[in-house]
Design a protein around this ligand. Structure first.
Ligand code: IPE
Ligand code: IPE
Ligand code: MG
Ligand code: MG
Ligand code: MG
Length: 274
């Protein structure tokens, strides 16, 4: 058994023979905050499940997250040069290799779950929700709305974009942990992911204007790209207050879940401080 998640990640990628796509995947996988894996770990711990058991599905989700960031940074999308404290994948390896590294992460993420020791029911449920919320019912759909940028700037449309592009992967994290916990509370855990994702993206929108690129380790380009973000609806102070209120409401909500919510609340409090 691996001792920590970073070793587990490295071990997976070291099993490939080196080439430029493999090196680009390793490069882009490094330095992530691993928030989505931490959500899985925190909920799973509340079910009495140890962290190591979460590694195969947490790796799959972090691979999807990394692929979404590689593609998000491409010149045809947000055109950003800095990611995870380093030049973005296409800046370091070129656009063709970056595109393939994203494709390859997306392709192999299913392998980590399929080859895990989870039972077949858990595997099939995980693969189903991973496909769904990373695709047209989640991340890709949200990215489509973000890139097209033709929706009216209303609160409802802001939620629609953010709940899909960011909520999608947090829904996957919560549902993965639910499947590991062997409980059947789909709508409650889907809603948990939606709530975490919404706050996370509201914070991200806020930090795009209040922090520096050095602090964030990524390009901050929303304004230059004329993106539809929370700042089109709220002032900085209003947004700070909304985020604070939503964090309180989120902590309350965790009581509705059938688990020891101590670890999840600790994580929520950590996220609130960022
Ligand atoms: C970036 O996610 C994309 C958003 C949804 C804002 P993170 O802020 O979790 O980025 P990494 O994975 O730590 O690099
Ligand atoms: C991206 O949102 C969410 C993804 C699905 C990748 P952003 O475009 O705001 O993410 P950052 O700010 O580049 O990390
Ligand atoms: Mg984007
Ligand atoms: Mg971006
Ligand atoms: Mg952003």
């Amino acid at each position: 058994m691996m001792t920590n998640f970073e070793d587990y990640i490295n071990n997976f990628f070291n099993s490939f023979e080196s080439n430029s796509v493999v090196e680009a995947m390793k490069y882009s996988m490094s330095n992530g905050k691993r928030i989505r894996p931490q959500v899985i770990f925190a909920i799973a711990k509340g079910f009495g499940i140890n962290e190591e058991e979460c590694y195969p599905c947490a790796l799959a989700l972090e691979m999807i997250q990394t692929y979404s960031l590689i593609h998000d940074d491409l010149p045809c999308m947000d055109n950003d040069d800095l990611r995870r404290g380093k030049p973005s994948c296409h800046k370091a390896f070129g656009e063709g290799i970056a595109l393939l590294a994203g494709d390859c992460l997306l392709t192999h993420c299913f392998e980590t779950i399929a080859d895990s020791t989870y039972d077949n029911y858990t595997k099939s449920k995980m693969i189903s929700c991973l496909s769904k919320y990373a695709g047209m019912k989640g991340m890709v759909y949200g990215q489509l709305l973000d890139v097209e940028n033709k929706l009216a700037k209303t609160k409802e449309n802001l939620f629609l974009i953010e709940d899909n592009k960011t909520g999608g992967l947090f829904k996957i994290a919560c549902l993965f942990a639910m499947y590991l916990g062997k409980v059947e509370m789909y709508s409650e855990f889907e809603l948990l992911g939606s709530k975490i994702g919404e706050i996370f993206q509201l914070q991200d929108d806020l930090m795009d204007v209040t922090r520096s690129e050095e602090e964030m380790g990524k390009s901050l380009s929303d304004e230059d790209n004329d993106k539809f973000t929370a700042l089109n609806i709220y002032s900085i102070d209003e947004l700070k207050k909304i985020i604070e209120d939503k964090f309180k409401e989120l902590k309350e909500y965790t009581r509705k879940l059938n688990l020891d919510s101590k670890y999840l609340i600790e994580l929520i409090e950590k996220m609130a401080k960022r």
